[in-house]
Design a protein around this ligand. Structure first.
Ligand code: C2E
Ligand code: CA
Ligand code: CA
Length: 296
């Protein structure tokens, strides 16, 4: 697998390309979970104007026993070729929900966790029950869980998958459309899927300052989202200039290295502690409820 990482361009290389069977890869994922090779990091999202924290996105990491890091761009598509995605997906959901319960218990009630859901996970007829089970086992309120779905999973899915999304939404779990603009969108389907927000892919956000077309796309997506009464999140925000553009375009939320890189559990505690100290100082000195500006 480390080889795959060095030589592949990503998604095209499935378990077959490694000469590893689907069952073999699922077994490998099971092992990785048992041996704690898998972990989650969490990247904060914040309000573009006030910088108030609005949640964390959980991102999977796989460290092989020799220390090699496999990026999710490599192992998620491999897992998606077979049953392994269900193991990986369930582990991710359970681990992310448990982490979010920790934030609740630490006194941060309004910080939902966002988890990426692969389109393939929607093929599982047991998904809804599994998810409700994870919420009740961990004790996480449904409203503190957001699922990030890609356009493809929203638009190319069966009636059963769409029904599953409606049931999840009905149970109070929140849905976000990820990587908006990179897949094949059907604007008419957008009216029928129960998402609360669109996430603008980082390729547009990062090109926006230099490229008028990218800027036009970002503005158009913000306008579209707001016209449909949806929130809008920009991902991959790296510079203060990009944040200013997003503010001018009235984008609601941002995520990216400008705010913070994805954090380990320890890094996340420090991040929260630092922000609440600075937040308290700011409130005392200005009477403002706005959060701190943590760059980095
Ligand atoms: P994504 O959902 O679009 O996640 C955003 C990616 O952008 C993450 O890459 C994040 O680390 C990276 N990123 C965040 N801020 C910045 C920035 O300012 N600049 C740049 N250049 N990059 C930034 P990551 O963690 O490597 O994940 C890649 C993709 O793998 C994710 O893209 C997502 O599609 C998938 N993925 C990650 N974890 C999971 C998982 O647990 N389940 C599933 N199904 N997919 C996952
Ligand atoms: Ca995502
Ligand atoms: Ca993306």
């Amino acid at each position: 697998m480390a080889n795959t990482h060095a030589t592949s361009n990503g998604p095209a290389n499935g378990p077959d390309a490694q000469g590893m069977s689907d069952a073999g890869f699922a077994e490998r994922v099971r092992d990785a979970i048992d041996r704690r090779e898998l972990s989650l990091v969490f990247q904060p999202q914040a309000d573009v104007v006030t910088n108030r924290l609005t949640g964390f996105e959980a991102l999977s990491r796989w460290r092989l026993s020799d220390g090699t890091m496999l990026p999710p761009d490599v192992f998620v598509p491999m897992a998606e070729q077979g049953e392994a995605i269900h193991l990986l997906g369930e582990w991710t959901l359970r681990t992310a929900c448990a982490a979010a319960v920790g934030w609740l218990q630490a006194g941060y009630p309004d910080i939902p966790v966002s988890v990426n859901l692969s389109a393939r996970q929607l093929d599982d007829p047991g998904l809804v029950l599994k998810l409700l089970g994870i919420l009740s086992e961990t004790g996480l309120p449904a409203a503190n869980l957001k699922l990030e779905l890609t356009e493809t999973s929203m638009f190319s899915q069966s009636a059963e998958a769409r029904e599953a999304l409606l049931q999840l939404r009905g149970a109070g779990i929140r849905l976000v459309l990820d990587d908006f603009g990179t897949g094949w969108s059907s604007l008419s389907t957008l009216r029928r899927v129960p998402v609360e927000a669109l996430k603008i892919d980082k390729q547009f956000v990062q090109a926006m300052v230099e490229d008028r077309d990218a800027a036009a796309i970002v503005q158009a997506v913000v306008a579209l989202a707001h016209a449909l009464n949806l929130g809008v999140v920009a991902e991959g925000v790296e510079t203060p200039e990009q944040r200013l553009y997003l503010q001018a375009y009235r984008c609601d939320m941002l995520q990216g290295y400008w705010l913070s890189r994805p954090l380990t559990a320890d890094g996340l505690s420090d991040f929260l502690a630092e922000r609440s100290v600075i937040g308290t100082l700011l409130t005392m000195s200005t009477g403002s409820a706005a959060g701190p500006q943590t760059a980095g």
